[in-house]
Design a protein around this ligand. Structure first.
Ligand SMILES: C[S@@+](CC[C@H](N)C(=O)[O-])C[C@H]1O[C@@H](n2cnc3c(N)ncnc32)[C@H](O)[C@@H]1O
Length: 216
């Protein structure tokens, strides 16, 4: 097994217990509330982002590492991809989606907290795959942890050490234009408070980086 596939297994294990198990125990009403709270957790990724994407009238939006696929039904023509095996449309590793999507066929990609694990080599593979998916001029929305990875260990899970410099570095290297500002912001505490004590991010800072890239 390659080092990268090992990381994907570690990620899968962590998020099956964090997301899927936390969701599946709920009744239908509580599931709906839970999903809407995730949409509201980071206001930048809430109603404003949803409206902005829908205004583009996208033919295809792919949510990479969609978790519980909370944008399904809110964003037009969205397909969620993940390995947690709960609400995603496609169960697959986002590192290689050639079996599922042709080159340059996607209008908008979401990578919210998902291209955020392992080291440079895995991040590069995943960003190149995201670029392969996007049409020229297509837009990608990102959320990632910022520079707090000393605290980001739980078992073997390893967060990538994203920073504003790295957002610029990868954009230049892989052919993206940064749209607007790279933003630092804090999520609401609500979801964190509801997670059990094994929640993988329990001791992490709640500060996140948000940015948008346009594929050149
Ligand atoms: C922090 S959660 C974020 C979930 C969702 N995007 C959100 O914003 O609520 C990270 C998600 O990325 C998924 N993920 C990470 N690496 C992945 C990979 N290589 N292939 C598929 N999914 C992956 C995890 O399984 C997890 O569901």
């Amino acid at each position: 097994m390659s080092m990268n596939s090992n990381i994907v297994e570690i990620v899968k294990k962590a998020f099956v217990s964090q997301l899927r198990k936390n969701y599946e125990v709920r009744d239908d009403e509580s599931k709906k509330i839970f999903l809407s709270k995730i949409v509201e957790k980071y206001p930048i990724n809430g109603a404003t982002m949803i409206e902005e994407i829908n205004r583009l009238n996208p033919k295809l939006v792919v949510d990479l590492g969609c978790g519980l696929n909370q944008y399904k039904g809110l964003i037009k023509n969205l397909i969620g991809v993940d390995v947690v095996g709960c609400r995603e449309d496609i169960v697959a590793d986002i590192t290689d989606l050639k079996e599922h999507f042709k080159d340059h066929t996607v209008d908008v990609v979401l990578a919210l907290g998902s291209i955020n694990f392992g080291e440079d080599d895995l991040i590069e593979l995943q960003l190149k795959e995201l670029k392969r998916l996007l049409k020229p001029g297509g837009v990608a929305y990102f959320r990632a942890n910022q520079n707090d990875h000393d605290k980001d260990h739980k078992g073997d899970l390893r967060y990538y050490d994203w920073s504003k410099d790295l957002v610029e570095h990868w954009a230049t290297r892989l052919g993206f234009e940064i749209i607007g500002e790279v933003i630092l912001a804090q999520g609401s505490a609500r979801i964190r408070d509801r997670m059990d004590s094994n929640f993988v991010g329990q001791r992490r800072s709640n500060i996140r980086l948000f940015w948008k890239w346009r594929a050149l």
